[in-house]
Design a binder for this molecule. Structure first.
Ligand code: RB5
Length: 150
């Protein structure tokens, strides 16, 4: 299990971020919190950028981003190199996001998920290994895909 993790949220995800930090602290994770730090309105792309840069640089292997739905955070995070942010909504998507996609950022929706589902997703995502093999071929293809010009 990864021992350090970077986490961030917007105003919609603040309360859930605090709960997730308690769970991670109980599991002895070292947590870097990139904000936000209360429920005042902020812009999710700015928080996603802070967390994603920590993954892209290699300083952190795993991160968690929380907004109202998890959608904005996953869109924003996946613009950064080496980031594979996956919005998970149940046990299966959490497991497959690790086994097949080697997810390195878990995106969660605070307004769409109950706390028991969040706990299941979180523990599954933390404890499931990447399968590798044919899935590694596909992950490598992602890293070679340039941004689409427009
Ligand atoms: C903020 O109101 C909301 O748009 C944000 O938390 C998120 O759900 C965006 O995808």
């Amino acid at each position: 299990m990864t021992e350090k993790i970077v986490i961030g949220c917007d105003h919609g995800g603040f309360d859930l971020k605090e709960k997730i930090k308690e769970i991670l602290a109980d599991l002895s994770f070292e947590i870097l919190d990139m904000g936000c730090f209360d429920t005042s309105s902020v812009h999710y792309p700015e928080i996603a950028q802070q967390v994603s840069k920590k993954i892209a640089s290699g300083e952190f292997e795993r991160g968690i981003l929380i907004c109202g739905t998890g959608i904005g955070m996953s869109i924003a995070a996946n613009r950064f190199p080496k980031v594979r942010a996956t919005m998970c909504h149940d046990h299966l998507t959490a497991r497959l996001s690790r086994e097949h996609n080697n997810s390195n950022i878990l995106a969660l929706g605070a307004r769409t998920l109950g706390i028991e589902t969040v706990k299941d997703i979180l523990m599954t995502w933390l404890n499931t290994d990447f399968t590798g093999d044919r899935h590694l071929t596909r992950i490598n293809m992602l890293d070679k895909t340039p941004s689409t010009p427009f």
